[in-house]
Design a binder for this molecule. Sequence first.
Ligand code: CAA
Length: 394
Amino acid sequence: MRTDLPVGIHDLTFATTSLVLTHDELARHTGTNPAKYRHGIGQTSMSIPAADEDIVTMAANAAAPIIERHGTDRIRTVLFATETGIDQSKAAGIHVHQLLGLHRNVRVVELKQACYGATAALQLACALVHADPRQHVLVLASDIARYDLDSPGEATQGAAAAAILITTHPAIATINTPSGLYTRDVMDFWRPNYRTTPIVNGKKSVDTYLEALDLTWHDYQQQGGIPLEKLRAICYHQPFTRMAHKAHHHLLKTTGTTPTTQAIKATTTYNETIGNSYTASLYLALTALLDSTAPLDGETIGLFSYGSGSVAEFLTATLQPGYQPHLRTQAHQQAIADRTPLTYDTYRTLHTAQLPTDGTEHRTPHHTHGTYRLAGTNAHQRLYEAGPARTSST
Ligand code: CAA
């Protein structure tokens, strides 16, 4: 195994849903002061999936431009991270493999540990590429954050998929060693198999997130990590964007560091309008940072990944010289702008709709703006199809 080769992010993009609910619309109906949503939790809107969108369609839509740019020949592994699993047995990535026309000589697996799953996938991908530098690994992180109606979590919903291509000599960023790690058995947020929404202890989840940040940072330092002052920015997992600000203040306070030029606001612009996307959230924060700031060539940034339950990791990435032309800023802004606003009543109808569970044939209406769609279900199988992308609908 060659461990001296630079390995990391060669391409990075995301897709979201075709529908959006604004927090002003939510506030009008819940009677909540809109300032609580805007400033208290730091959200302005959240992506809501149409009836023909799910984690597979979002992931396929996210990965398609990467395949278009880099081809399929060198992809030997697809790692699909999610906590919105559609099957207890089959990996959702196999549907994506089929939709994108990947080769048969590929391994596809699904990974789960709440929102941390994508970072586990990223690290496994780097290890696979170190072991076989010829191969490219496609990491997909796709989730729909869905909470009970009228619950405190409702304002922190959202949906998106990130697609990341891991290779040697990456165009965008190398992933560095060491990492700081953390695991503690805690019931702050979980979803038993029989539920479609999680059970959440909101306050405990925030406290555990901050504890995990403390302990991963401490471990990162113990493992020989670089000091906070040398990190140009830190991207945090963002269940809601105020959490990133809370976390950063907490880290500065506990380490006794004075605020520097580290950019946090720039990391929140996509998540504040898309909402929580669980596994994808941290990578949307990274994308937002790269898309919106002046060149960070050669700079090292921190990444804090947290998954309830709970597992966390603090790692760093170093931006490669000349990375900016490889970004997909316009496509990201377009995906956000293209979403169709929902009324509160339509949102509630969509929230309660469920696919049949008795195996009868069901066809979903064509609403998605994306290329890939869930066409329906039959005989307990999800049926996907590719079609021309649409630009408007509801
Ligand atoms: N103007 C400005 N701010 C206001 C306000 C107003 N009019 N009214 C209230 N606020 C502020 C409050 O002061 C509070 O701020 P602080 O946190 O700084 O004290 C903030 O708005 C939130 O208000 P509440 O404390 O009343 O909280 P809530 O009952 O609405 O619940 C929540 C907030 C716990 C985040 C809830 O949305 C939730 O349970 N979300 C899901 C769980 C979650 O996201 N946990 C995060 C860590 S777990 C994780 O990261 C994994 C994951 O992805 C789920």
